[in-house]
Design a protein around this ligand. Structure first.
Ligand code: ZN
Length: 347
């Protein structure tokens, strides 16, 4: 008998390969978890040499806590003997059974050998089974996942509304400046300072003006300004949530549909992680200093709102006019620090 032929179809089976040949059936492949299970197989012989010629079929895979010596026979006649925790169990043409290390077939017999090709097919079956198991676990924990998804949907919406309410509350010009910064990824808040040097020349007083750029700080969480990511993520979570509900529902679902729903389930952990990161980003954005924001808009009323907010952040109480005065003091401090006569918003 030659190497096993496995037929795959994307539409028919649900994670299960149909084997047309009779040497070995996908469902007959065994995962061995202890060496005793292998040693108990009728026909198993320790140090039983495996060659390309005497190989017949793969019976399954092993994953052991201890290492076992590989029985692939070298061209010199000795055994490979590399110790492996995982590898494959094979039947030989004489009916006896042996083991080989995980990557030894490729190394010793080459990628186009029957042994290696069989292992490739067995590996796919192993992966498909592991996936099926994973899906089953996810479905079993479905109620918990659905609840978590629902929590994060609420959190994400709240996060976005937090950002949106803040931007809307300040004004359109400020908002478009922030959106522009988010798009370009430039988070620095910079002011321009006018440095004036006065001097005398032939009895006449002269002045020389120099403009310097001064970085006040940098905004955090800017990427949370983009609404589309929240919308996409919430939609993704809703889809996964309903996939859980459908798979848990015990209704008759076609294989194709089941495979599609399963793929969604597998994205659950990753979308939950991304959801958490996005809300953290939004929180970072909302924690930016309002004083920095004041230097992003030339609109008087927007600035007044931001100045009031900045004053409040600084722990000072006061009305709109007091905020104006407070902000002028802050500007003066910056001017003094960089020795500028005037400062203005950098474009
Ligand atoms: Zn080996």
């Amino acid at each position: 008998m030659q190497y096993a032929v496995l037929m795959y179809s994307t539409s028919v089976p649900f994670f299960e390969e149909v084997r047309m040949d009779t040497v070995l059936r996908a469902e007959e492949l065994v995962g061995f978890a202890s060496f005793e299970e292998i040693a108990e197989l009728p026909g198993f012989m320790p140090e039983n040499p495996l060659t390309q010629k005497n190989y017949m079929q793969i019976l399954g895979w092993y994953r052991l806590s201890e290492k076992r010596s590989c029985c692939v026979q070298r061209t010199s006649g000795t055994l490979c003997a590399t110790p492996h925790n995982h590898g494959w169990v094979a039947r030989l043409r004489d009916g006896s059974i042996t083991i080989l290390g995980s990557n030894c077939a490729k190394e010793k017999f080459g990628a186009d050998s029957t042994v290696f090709r069989d292992i490739g097919l067995a590996q796919n079956i192993k992966k498909a089974r592991e996936r099926e198991k994973r899906i089953a676990q996810l479905v079993a924990e479905g109620a918990r996942y659905e609840a978590r998804l629902q929590d994060w949907i609420i959190q994400l919406k709240a996060s976005y509304h937090g950002v949106d309410d803040f931007l809307r509350g300040v004004g359109e010009r400020f908002r478009s400046r922030i959106e522009q910064m988010a798009k370009t990824g430039r988070a620095d808040v910079v002011v321009e300072g006018e440095i004036v040097r006065r001097y005398e020349k032939r009895g006449r007083s002269k002045q020389e003006i120099r403009i310097i750029k001064h970085r006040l700080g940098s905004l955090a969480g800017l990427s949370a300004v983009d609404k589309s990511q929240f919308v996409t993520m919430v939609a993704e979570m809703e889809q996964i949530k309903s996939a859980f509900a459908e798979l848990r529902g015990g209704m008759q679902i076609g294989r194709k549909e089941k495979a599609k729903l399963s793929t969604r389930l597998e994205q659950c952990e990753s979308v939950l992680t991304r959801g958490r990161l996005l809300t953290e980003e939004a929180a970072r954005f909302l924690a930016n200093s309002a004083l920095l924001y004041c230097f992003l808009t030339e609109d008087r009323s927007e600035r007044a709102r931001l100045a009031r907010l900045a004053m409040k952040e600084a722990g000072v109480d006061g009305n709109k006019d007091q905020a104006k005065g407070w902000f002028a003091d802050q500007e003066n401090l910056i001017r003094a620090e960089i020795r500028a006569e005037r400062i203005r918003i950098a474009r």
